[in-house]
Ligand binder design. Structure first.
Ligand SMILES: [Zn+2]
Length: 234
């Protein structure tokens, strides 16, 4: 029904303005629509939308005092005259104050949704960029990403914990554990040369160079090498 709602709003507006304009009685009124779905819903024995019900009531009101014809014209095919006339009336109608079931929305639902999504993306990117903490997570994750989210949620619980831990730096690595007082040394267990941080393990550790190459195909990967490859490799 969602795709014909617009038709009903238009039809409702035409009907209501026609009733008001004519104070209509004993007139011969013809209404043409190119939406078969809309006409079918009006003719149906069962009404399951407030919008359709309002249209049916308006039709009954108009039809009780006038000769009313409701007809389908195939959209823009061989009915040029009527379509042109309808388009002209529609343009005139668009310039008037709206009458009909509220709330009014002058734009398509998909357009509104896309605009809200775009606004949300911008806001969340700005908020994320300005966040004073999360230095490491910021390096890996630049913005809201549906692909990354889907990829992450497709992993099992254990894998999700490891991946999030590595990307945010909050994992059971010696530096982190020693800061928490849970490990004696912060030194890397793979090379014994540097502090064992997520950055060291993911980018610098010589002891893990071969493993990095096997997983990512490069010994000196960038942050995006990790987030652009399937997360399951981590
Ligand atoms: Zn190391």
């Amino acid at each position: 029904m969602a795709n014909v709602n617009g038709e009903f709003i238009n039809l409702g507006l035409v009907l209501q303005s026609e009733i008001i304009r004519q104070g209509a009685a004993r007139q011969s009124i013809a209404i043409y629509s190119d939406s078969q779905a809309a006409l079918k819903a009006i003719g149906s024995m069962q009404v399951c939308s407030r919008l359709v019900w309002d249209c049916v009531k308006a039709l009954q009101e108009l039809g009780s005092l006038n000769k009313l014809t409701l007809a389908w014209v195939p959209g823009h095919k061989g009915h040029k005259g009527k379509i042109e006339e309808a388009d002209k009336l529609a343009r005139e109608g668009a310039g008037r104050a709206l009458i009909g079931p509220e709330p009014f929305c002058g734009i398509a639902k998909t357009h509104a949704r896309a605009s809200i999504d775009e606004w949300m993306d911008g806001k969340s990117r700005e908020w994320w960029r300005k966040l004073p903490q999360q230095r490491q997570a910021n390096m890996f994750i630049k913005e809201r990403s549906a692909r990354l989210t889907d990829d992450l949620l497709g992993q099992n619980r254990k894998a999700i914990r490891i991946i999030v831990g590595l990307l945010t730096g909050h994992w059971r690595l010696n530096k982190h554990m020693s800061l928490m007082g849970l490990a004696e040394e912060a030194t890397c267990r793979f090379c014994s040369e540097e502090e064992e941080t997520a950055v060291h393990v993911l980018f610098q550790c010589e002891g893990l160079a071969k493993l990095r190459f096997l997983i990512l195909g490069e010994e000196n990967p960038s942050a995006s090498s990790y987030t652009e490859a399937p997360l399951s490799r981590l």
